[in-house]
Ligand binder design. Structure first.
Ligand code: AMP
Length: 399
């Protein structure tokens, strides 16, 4: 069965068509600038050249219509007609406390996702538009929602509660939810396979280091803590998000700079992180590494502060699990930057970690990058959220 995986952002839409049985990628692509001038679709059937179509896309329904047209096109298409797409898997960012696992999308589920809009105002409405567009264009095709928050729903109360009046949790469900769950789940399960151990017997720390970044502690096959919170703003220093700060800074800066709460939130989400810390040098770690290597203060302070925060979370989660068997790196930075992995791991000697330089220099595959005598293993596991969504979708629709 072919599964269409859809990841809708506010003005973008990423898709992959995956054969759920062989797990082969059949085609993939991206619609950009939806609803904005200059919108385009980049479509790539596996093994063939990319096709870029610059065409107006007023909304997500038009974007999905174009995607379906590309997939069924007589010359560059990969399926004869839409009946060859057995199901659609949607990435949904926030499932609140309602969704601890993936689910078949019904009208009730759409309502429950809508109820979570307040918790993810930038993401959930876009995800819902994607669902509505697919429903309109492929009304008979089953759809499954796969939630970024679901994997973290196993966290115990002591990990998800904040030190706030409890009534905020009771009334508004203010608590830690965590994100990137599909990636943390995929990577931790794959790590167990690479280590040749049972998932349920392991204590793992997953560092998903990309433009958005989060760490999770996975003990005996269950997430017991994660660094992102009510929203994806908490935790590690990210591309443009601040991560953890003293909440009193908000009031302090509001007074100093005469900014409103909304303006401060924009600063924390879009102008902070490594971008802000490097005095706007870049949010891309390749530029920051280059700056570090040139001996520039901006690159040095940014890379070191980022690495320190990751190391601190690893220490905290080692304590939370009373030990750790393996630390896994994934996502854009985690998978590609041997430099950052080295910076983090060089601070973890107390865990009996020695990096194997040759292994650490490799890319694009599952790797153990510690020497055989290291007591704690370090792995690089390329994440594959689309495949994880296709697997979840297939498991639900084949029932
Ligand atoms: P993601 O959000 O997972 O797509 O990751 C994107 C981030 O990965 C970018 O901001 C880059 O800073 C980082 N990245 C990608 N490739 C490399 C690389 N070769 N070296 C360092 N950082 C990289």
């Amino acid at each position: 069965m072919n599964i269409l995986v859809i990841n809708c952002g506010s003005s973008s839409l990423k898709f992959q068509l995956i054969d759920a049985v062989t797990e082969e990628l059949i085609a993939k692509g991206l619609c950009e600038r939806i609803g904005i001038e200059g919108s385009q679709l980049v479509y790539q059937p596996t093994g063939k050249d990319k096709i870029t179509t610059v065409t107006p896309m007023e909304d997500h329904t038009q974007a999905i219509r174009l995607v379906l047209k590309s997939l069924t096109d007589e010359t560059s298409g990969v399926v004869k007609d839409l009946s060859e797409i057995g199901a659609v898997g949607h990435r949904i960012v926030h499932g609140g406390e309602k969704f601890a696992s993936s689910t078949l999308i019904t009208d009730e589920v759409v309502q429950a996702i809508t109820d979570c809009n307040e918790l993810a105002p930038l993401h959930n409405p876009a995800n819902l538009i994607g669902i509505a567009a697919c429903k309109e264009l492929m009304p008979e095709t089953p759809m499954v929602g796969v939630f970024d928050t679901a994997f973290h729903q196993t966290m115990p109360q002591e990990a998800y509660l904040y030190g706030l009046p409890y009534e905020y949790y009771e009334k508004y469900k203010v608590r830690r939810y965590g994100f990137h769950g599909t990636s943390h789940s995929y990577v931790s399960k794959r790590a167990a396979e690479v280590l040749g151990k049972k998932y349920e017997d392991l204590k793992l720390i997953v560092c998903h280091l990309g433009n958005g970044a989060s760490v999770s502690a996975v003990k005996n096959g269950k997430c017991i803590d994660t660094s992102m919170g009510l929203t994806p703003l908490e935790g590690l220093i990210m591309g443009t998000r601040s991560g953890d700060i003293d909440p009193a800074i908000i009031e302090f800066i509001a007074h100093k700079e005469g900014k409103s709460i909304d303006e401060i939130m924009t600063v924390l989400n879009k102008k902070s992180g490594v971008l802000g810390l490097s005095s706007n040098l870049s949010s891309d770690f390749r530029d920051l590494q280059a700056s570090y290597e040139k001996g520039e203060d901006a690159g040095i302070r940014t890379m070191e502060t980022f690495a320190y925060r990751v190391t601190k979370y690893i220490g905290a989660y080692t304590a939370a699990m009373n030990g750790v068997d393996a630390i896994c790196f994934t996502a854009g930075l985690g998978e590609n930057s041997s430099f950052m992995r080295d910076m983090v791991c060089s601070r973890l000697g107390y865990l009996g970690i020695t990096l194997d330089e040759e292994q650490n220099a490799k890319r694009g595959e599952d790797l153990v990058i510690t020497t055989p005598d290291s007591t704690t293993k370090v792995l690089v596991i390329p994440t594959n959220e689309e495949l994880a969504i296709a697997r979840e979708t297939f498991a639900i629709v084949k029932k």
